[in-house]
Design a protein around this ligand. Structure first.
Ligand SMILES: N[C@@H]1[C@@H](O)[C@H](O)[C@@H](COP(=O)(O)O)O[C@@H]1O
Length: 234
């Protein structure tokens, strides 16, 4: 694991942008993308750059079950608003949260992942160590699946909704097995509330109790932190 501790989000996002650029120059064609506040600075760098992404493929990690792509709280809407409207890709895939037929959504997404192996995966991390929406206890070889969100995740994500009652309780997510297949992973984490999860991810036991600890086994991962997220590293 390569760990970069930066001054702040701005410096971290710039470093992530440069790493992504290098990967693209070196032939990366399929980008795995994440939602949440952590990759926002990177997406701002991407939208304000002159780089053209229109020949690349993007595949997002996850989506809430029950939200239409047009719902402002959906991850479809988030990606459209923060990246795709300004920087369209050749094809962009996000699980269809409005399709309640889980088997159909899962099979379709696994097929997409088999067709387009991810070159560079952008990742955030939940306070409880989740990646994508892979909550504690998820097997490391998991493929796309439907999850019941933990109370911790629902509460953490309530900041994007009017109230925690509005946060969907289920999501479709790429599995840990699919995430760790990416050739290069760039994980971004900011703030003290991530410090414990980051320390467990890097120095803790490799255990399904901390989904991000699966990343210790990955041969090519860059973790970009601010000082607060790095504050519990030994
Ligand atoms: N499904 C997303 C994750 O992919 C993301 O990493 C996490 C942290 O979000 P943030 O970056 O806003 O802290 O939130 C959600 O649960």
């Amino acid at each position: 694991m390569k760990i970069l501790v930066t001054k702040n989000k701005e410096e971290a996002s710039q470093k992530a942008f440069k790493l992504l650029q290098t990967d693209i120059i070196n032939g990366a064609q399929v980008l795995g993308l994440a939602t949440g506040s952590s990759p926002l600075g990177l997406y701002q760098k991407m939208t304000s750059s002159s780089v053209d992404y229109s020949s690349l493929i993007s595949i997002n990690l996850d989506e809430y079950v029950g939200l239409k792509p047009t719902d402002p709280q959906s991850y479809h809407y988030f990606m459209e608003h923060h990246l795709f409207a300004q920087k369209p890709f050749a094809k962009s895939f996000i699980p269809d949260g409005s399709n309640l037929n889980a088997t159909e959504v899962i099979n379709h997404y696994n097929q997409i992942l088999a067709t387009y192996p991810i070159d560079t995966q952008i990742l955030g991390i939940g306070n409880n160590g989740h990646i994508g929406f892979n909550e504690p206890g998820t097997p490391f070889d998991s493929q796309t699946h439907k999850v019941k969100l933990t109370l911790a995740t629902i509460n953490a994500n309530a900041r994007f909704f009017t109230s925690s009652k509005d946060v969907p309780t289920e999501a479709y997510t790429m599995g840990i097995g699919s995430i760790i297949k990416a050739k290069h992973i760039i994980l971004l984490a900011f703030g003290e509330q991530k410090a414990d999860a980051i320390n467990k991810m890097i120095n803790g036991k490799v255990t399904t109790a901390v989904p991000a600890s699966a990343l210790q086994q990955h041969p090519n991962i860059t973790v970009i932190l601010d000082k607060q997220a790095a504050s519990k590293l030994a």
